[in-house]
Design a protein around this ligand. Structure first.
Ligand code: XMP
Length: 316
């Protein structure tokens, strides 16, 4: 019978069978999947688990600190926090191609993670929060693959680690049920999905500290308004995109020539297909006004009204 308690008991049992007394490493991304996978494994193996959080600097406003704080407050699992912001930015300098960005971030992530993980003696397993939908999307059909998801594959081969994937049979909504059952905080349980390469694939063109700051601020306003209006949970994802164009505007008596921000909000069950969200006009108006008033470097807001297919959810 499918109950949250049964799923947890079952998953914990399976993990125990798989890893025995071996040491296990889990990477935390800040999202619900990796946290739920880690907590399940923690139930199964206790002190044999160490978590690693690599802050690649491509997270949303205050997200890095929130992740670490929430985890330390809610569990006694040892957590290694790696500040790798500089090295990711350095490697992304001058890179504009979407797949090149993904590849660099994936590689750099593996390298950083590996350096830390090597210090955890005789670790034999690596936890990944792979979901059923990830398995389907990234799957075996490499040729048909639309985008390379950076959280699938790579590290285990290099480090000779076996994968533990306790969420492999679950859909996102089931993961949330399990997360709540495990006592994870609401803010994490209901966090919208966020891609591994982070804001880098929502910045069209080059990723720079300055452009990251613009997107972070715009995204923060958007999240704030979406939450206050009570829409956050109904939406699969809602976020801002920073294109690599400028347009002319007027502020006060002065001509401006600045970036637009694109708002993307979608509903979906599993990210395989998605529909653009019909947000109320007054909410859109508030978002637009606030972004233009509060984010220097932005003078226009546009709304993405493309479903998936033909669009993908992310812009890159
Ligand atoms: P797309 O853009 O392909 O996205 O419609 C489907 C879902 O996957 C997320 N996404 C990623 N997640 N690494 C991730 O961990 C990635 O490289 C990646 N690319 C897209 C996206 O946010 C959406 O939820």
């Amino acid at each position: 019978e499918w109950t949250p308690v049964n799923i947890v008991t079952d998953a914990v049992e399976k993990v125990r069978e798989q890893v025995g007394d071996a040491k296990v490493i889990a990477g935390l991304s800040g999202g619900v999947d990796s946290a739920t996978a880690a907590m399940l494994v923690h139930r199964a193996v206790g002190d044999n688990l160490t978590c690693v959080f690599v802050d690649h600097g491509l997270l949303r406003q205050n997200e890095g600190e929130q992740v670490v704080e929430a985890f330390r407050r809610n569990s006694e699992v040892p957590l290694i926090h790696v500040d790798a912001r500089r090295r990711f930015l350095d490697r992304l300098a001058g890179i504009t191609d979407p797949e090149a960005k993904r590849k660099i971030i994936g590689e750099e992530f593996i390298r950083t993670f590996e350096e830390e993980a090597r210090q955890i003696e005789d670790a034999r397993f690596l936890v990944q929060g792979t979901l059923y939908s990830d398995v389907i999307e990234s799957g075996t059909r490499d040729a048909a693959r639309i985008k390379s998801h950076h959280n699938v594959g790579g590290l285990p081969e290099i480090m000779d680690l076996d994968l533990v994937e306790p969420l492999r049979n679950l859909f996102k909504d089931e993961v949330r049920v399990v997360a709540a059952e495990l006592g994870l905080p609401d803010r994490l349980v209901w966090r919208q999905p966020f891609p591994g390469p982070g804001l880098a694939i929502r910045i069209i063109g080059e990723v720079t500290e300055e452009r990251l700051e613009i997107l972070r601020r715009a995204d923060h306003v958007l999240q704030d308004e979406i939450r206050s209006a009570g829409y956050y949970r109904q939406l699969w994802q809602s976020f801002a995109v920073l294109p690599a164009i400028h347009s002319v505007g007027v502020m006060g008596d002065a001509r401006t020539y600045a970036y637009p921000i694109v708002i993307r909000a979608v509903t979906s069950d599993d990210a395989m297909t998605a529909d653009w969200a019909r947000l109320p006009y007054d909410l859109l108006e508030r978002i637009s006004n606030r972004i233009i008033n509060e984010v220097p470097g932005v003078n226009r807001v546009a709304l993405d009204i493309t479903s998936k297919p033909p669009g993908t959810i992310e812009w890159e």
